[in-house]
Design a protein around this ligand. Structure first.
Ligand SMILES: Cc1ncc(COP(=O)(O)O)c(C=O)c1O
Length: 351
């Protein structure tokens, strides 16, 4: 692939701080899939596993309804599709996954404009959004209608609850909808020590990522407003996300919600990122690029240093000048792996 962020496909099992997507599935999730593999039940979500998982999600989020889909990109497209008319636009951070890493899915599938806003840390503020509202009412301009944020962001940072509340209030006052990409919502909740409902209450629609938290191709879209629910099932089907064997997605969420496995997984991943950040502190030429608030450590390194480390470890470089790398931890990252990697960062330091 002609992109510096993603290395060539590998035929070995590299030692990886590349992504939480590199991890396998949590054993409890695998067990839940196996348990759901019992007999015939009606398809397309009309099964007991889907009913149970959707009920648990509605309760955990204070949501009107939950819809299961296969990928985070699909969750974003579905969630945003509930909120837009054809001439309306989405304001998002220019670094957002929606803008950078979804191959223009929202623009292609929905046909709406994304208004990408530069931010210092992946986070939008009411001021940054307000600066993009100038063309409202002008029939020549796409009309901003949705503010899209990610919690945690693509930079690994988290909105505080106060920042979320401010943005939510601003959106409501301005007649804008707030959509939250929650591919790593669990990591944000763990960082903020809050409930999922504390994050969800500021949004009109949000996603809840299962895959990066130990699930297999399972994401949920939470619709917070009753009036948005009736159309959602039709949008999901048209967007090819209505799984016939829905029970296998749903069962995974029940496993993640049981005894808050989602939280334990996220707490562990976040703790491993903190351990890595501490382990590399003081290495000459290595600087943290963003505060470590979830399971991502972004750092700036000399190009030679990156190349030396990459001989033995898999991780991605970021499209930013100045040698930015992203090191990600997962629910199954061990302290020993972190310590070994931190030692490698130290020992491969050119200075
Ligand atoms: C913040 C965020 N949102 C959405 C996605 C999309 O998930 P998927 O790759 O499953 O489409 C990702 C994937 O890395 C992500 O990091």
């Amino acid at each position: 692939m002609p992109c510096c962020r993603y290395p060539e496909p590998v035929d070995t099992q590299p030692r990886s701080f590349g992504s939480d997507n590199h991890a396998g599935a949590h054993p409890e999730v695998v067990r839940a899939i196996a348990d759901a593999n019992a007999g015939h039940v009606p398809a397309y979500g009309a099964d007991p596993w889907t009913a149970t998982a959707a009920r648990s999600l509605r309760e955990a989020f204070g949501a009107s309804e939950a819809f299961f889909v296969f990928t985070g990109t699909a969750a974003n497209v579905l969630g945003i599709s509930l909120l837009l008319r054809p001439f309306e636009a989405v304001i998002c951070a220019d670094s957002s996954h929606l803008n950078v890493d979804e191959c223009g899915a929202a623009e292609r599938v929905l046909g709406n404009k994304l208004i990408a806003v530069p931010t210092p840390d992946g986070k939008l503020t009411p001021e940054l959004v307000a600066a993009r509202l100038g063309g409202r009412g002008d029939e020549h301009r796409a009309q901003p209608r949705v503010v899209e944020i990610a919690q945690a962001t693509e930079c690994g940072t988290c909105y505080t609850l106060a920042e979320l509340a401010q943005l939510g209030e601003f959106c409501r006052a301005q007649g804008l909808y707030l959509y939250i990409d929650g591919a790593r919502l669990a990591n944000a909740a763990a960082h903020l020590r809050c409930e999922l409902a504390d994050l969800a209450r500021h949004a009109d629609v949000l996603s809840f990522g299962g895959t990066k938290n130990g699930a297999v191709a399972a994401e949920a879209v939470l619709v917070m407003r009753e009036d948005l629910v009736p159309a959602a099932a039709f949008h999901r089907k048209q967007q090819m996300q209505l799984g016939s064997k829905m029970r296998f997605l749903a069962a995974q969420f029940t496993a993640l919600l049981e005894d808050k496995l989602w939280l334990r997984n996220a707490q562990h991943a976040n703790a491993m990122a903190q351990r890595l950040a501490s382990g590399i502190a003081g290495v000459p030429g290595v600087r943290l690029r963003y505060p470590v608030q979830s399971n991502a450590v972004f750092a700036t390194l000399a190009p030679g240093h990156i190349a030396a480390l990459r001989r033995d470890w898999l991780f991605y470089t970021w499209d930013e000048p100045g040698g930015v790398v992203r090191w990600m931890t997962a629910f199954d990252t061990t302290p020993e792996e972190v310590d070994e990697f931190a030692a490698a960062v130290r020992s491969s330091c050119p200075g």
